[in-house]
Design a protein. Structure first.
Length: 240
């Protein structure tokens, strides 16, 4: 990945993948699904993903306008009020907003300069984080992670693993930088571990930290990978 044009093209592909999988989930899940803050239904999952992406749209707009964006509070996924707020949204609106906000995120990505994309010092509020990777986090890594969690929590571990594997395959196909491939690999390792595929997960963890060494500390504390730690699999994967 050598140019901003190539990178933007690849990110568009990842954003489109996540948005498509959100529509797949909404079509696949029961129409009158009952969920809770402990076990999210599909509609609130997609509504939350969309809000997270919309925040990134606001950040990209702030860059275009040479402004500092507002800070966004952390979401308490166990909060009844937050869950019920998402769950109260009409299904048609949730599906439409997912597509609309993804389109805005893509347009915002196209609008930023190569310097803004690669040089975090141009926007000190990024706190050293590269903008291109932040867009992938909010538009691809975070959404697909939640989608996999939904399938795992609803008795579809095979679907969770397959979706995460397809996400990693898409990242490879699009030739995104290793840090982003590592994030997709991380999601796959979590899905494999929670599905009980511990040896596969250990292999994937090894790939994850090789692609994105910055994830090593997260791997060592991730609740979804607890079975790997308890079983000694992380040591064999080279993660203390």
């Amino acid at each position: 990945m050598t140019s901003a044009r190539q990178l933007k093209s690849a990110i568009v592909g990842l954003l489109g993948f996540a948005a498509t999988e959100e529509q797949v989930l909404l079509a696949w899940s029961p129409g009158q699904e009952h969920g809770s803050p402990q076990n999210w239904a599909a509609l609130p999952v997609v509504a939350h993903n969309t809000e997270f992406k919309a925040q990134q749209v606001q950040r990209l707009l702030a860059i275009r306008l040479s402004r500092v964006p507002q800070d966004f509070a952390e979401v308490d996924h166990a909060s009844s009020d937050i869950y019920l707020g998402y769950a109260a949204q009409p299904p048609d609106r949730v599906a439409a907003e997912s597509n609309r906000v993804t389109g805005e995120l893509i347009e915002g990505l196209k609008s930023v300069s190569a310097d803004d994309l690669f040089d975090p010092s141009r926007n000190p509020w990024l706190k050293g984080r590269q903008l291109w990777l932040q867009i992938i986090v909010r538009g691809f890594w975070h959404p697909t992670g939640h989608l996999a969690d939904y399938y795992l929590a609803h008795g579809e571990p095979g679907r969770a693993v397959e979706m995460a594997a397809h996400a990693l395959a898409a990242a490879r196909y699009l030739a995104v930088p290793d840090e982003a491939c590592g994030m997709a690999s991380y999601n796959l390792a979590c899905a494999q571990a929670k599905a009980g595929h511990l040896e596969d997960a250990a292999t994937t963890v090894r790939e994850t930290v090789g692609l994105n060494p910055g994830l090593r500390a997260k791997v060592a504390t991730e609740p979804d990978l607890a079975a790997l730690r308890d079983g000694g699999y992380l040591e064999s994967a080279g993660v203390p």
